[in-house]
Design a protein around this ligand. Structure first.
Ligand code: NZQ
Ligand code: ZN
Length: 384
């Protein structure tokens, strides 16, 4: 096992009815800014429930944070928060609202141009504290310190991570996910699945607990993902999915093991240039990525084939082929296509994607920092 430091300070309030407990979690006397997305929380009544829980607090609201949140929109919230002397943020929504709120939290006290937090990884020394009410299990953003923000004007979709932007608390009420459209449920399952493979499908590091934990999370997604789509109102299924997605990217399974993340980096460029949903990009890239890097990932791919897909027979290569095929079939069965062509993207799109990776310095990716533009070209070609 590799050396690691692990600390996750986010307090989780899990279960039906927990929004009412917000009143005990938000600091007394706080000037709160509620942030939300394009209106789902208005339509579903979740925002009303949050407002009711915060009776007696000074509350402002900022709506309109879009999927793949943009710097352009988020800076409007930063201006509002500065003007209203906001000292606590409350994100109500999915990963985009939570990520956007992390950026807002870091940008409010930032002295320079906040875009530098992403573009130059400029150090931040403080952030406004915030909590979240999660409505879409997928990203793990509710219990991690990463955020992904897009600058619409320049087609940059960039990541920043900082312990100062761990949520103070997150409310995870599975019933708030009943209203998700099937596409978003499927996206969430695929995103969580790929978060796990980014930390699991690398090379063996004698990390037995992390491996078994990752396999358990993958198996839960395989079991409960289809059920969540077929039977939208099933508390047990929604609860398991929600906690699985959180555990998939809260630092636990990634502690002490090598990590990849190349699939995500290629995926971000697909979103930046073609506007695909985050999970759609992952469903396209992952099967091709595993195939292209099957030698580097040989031992873990065999373990994945055996323990996750129950493949014991045939040659090693045949088992790896089948495990990759099962992965692709699983994504497709959820209604998430795994080929670029299905999204109307052809071979002519590949050079601009490679140019984006180059411009963003993403040329030495993966668990061995050896996955460069030649590999990326192969992956995109195989994904056509
Ligand atoms: O905007 P509203 O109206 O709220 O609607 C949203 C949005 O259209 C809707 N939705 C959310 N909860 C709902 C609901 N509709 C009905 N009922 C509900 N309960 O779903 C749509 C998608 O929401 P979004 O927040 O964009 O989805 P997701 O949670 O998948 O977040 C994706 C973003 O997170 C980033 C992605 O890159 C992308 O920008 N990621 C963040 C990560 C992190 N912070 O650790 C890691 C991930 O790898 C990922 O990169
Ligand atoms: Zn992701």
């Amino acid at each position: 096992m590799l050396n690691f430091t692990f600390q996750n300070p986010t307090r989780i309030l899990f279960g039906q009815g927990r929004i009412a407990d917000l009143k005990d979690e938000v600091p007394t006397g706080a000037r709160v800014l509620i942030t939300y997305g394009g209106g789902s929380v208005v339509a579903t009544g979740t925002l009303d429930e949050v407002r009711a829980a915060l009776t007696g607090f000074t509350v402002h609201e900022f709506g309109g944070i879009e999927p793949n949140p943009t710097y352009e929109t988020l800076m409007q919230a930063v201006e509002l928060a500065r003007a209203e002397k906001i000292d606590f943020l409350l994100a109500v929504g999915g990963g985009s609202v939570i990520d956007g709120t992390k950026f807002i939290a870091a940008a409010i006290p930032f002295a320079g141009e906040p875009w530098d937090i992403l573009a130059r990884q400029a150090p931040i020394t403080s952030a406004v504290p915030f909590g979240t009410v999660l409505t879409l299990p997928a990203t793990g953003s509710e219990m991690n310190c990463g955020a992904v923000v897009t600058r619409r004007a320049t087609h940059d979709k960039l990541v920043f991570m900082n312990p100062l932007v761990f949520p103070r608390f997150s409310v995870l009420d599975p019933t708030k996910t009943y209203t998700l459209p099937p596409r978003q449920v499927a996206n969430g399952v695929v995103d969580a699945f790929v978060h796990i493979t980014e930390q699991y499908l690398t090379y063996p590091a004698d990390a037995k607990v992390q491996d078994r934990f990752a396999e358990g999370l993958l198996l839960t997604l395989i079991e409960d993902g289809p059920d969540a789509i077929n039977e939208p109102i099933d508390y047990a299924v929604r609860a398991n999915l929600m906690w699985t997605a959180t555990l998939a990217l809260n630092g636990l399974i990634g502690a002490g093991v090598p990590q990849d993340w190349a699939t995500h980096m290629l995926g971000h460029e697909l979103t930046a240039l073609h506007g695909l949903d985050h999970a759609q990009t992952l469903a396209i890239v992952l099967p091709a990525m595993l195939d292209v890097r099957r030698v580097e990932k040989h031992a873990k791919l065999l373990q994945y084939a055996r323990r996750v897909w129950g493949l014991h027979d045939g040659t090693e290569d045949a088992r790896i082929d089948l495990a990759i095929a099962e992965t692709r079939t699983f994504f497709e069965s959820l209604g998430v296509p795994t080929r670029l062509a299905a999204y109307g993207i052809g071979a002519e799109a590949i050079p601009p994607l490679l140019a984006q990776l180059d411009r963003h310095g993403l040329t030495a990716l993966g668990e061995h920092q050896s996955f460069g533009l030649a590999g990326a070209r192969q992956v995109f070609e195989l994904a056509l």
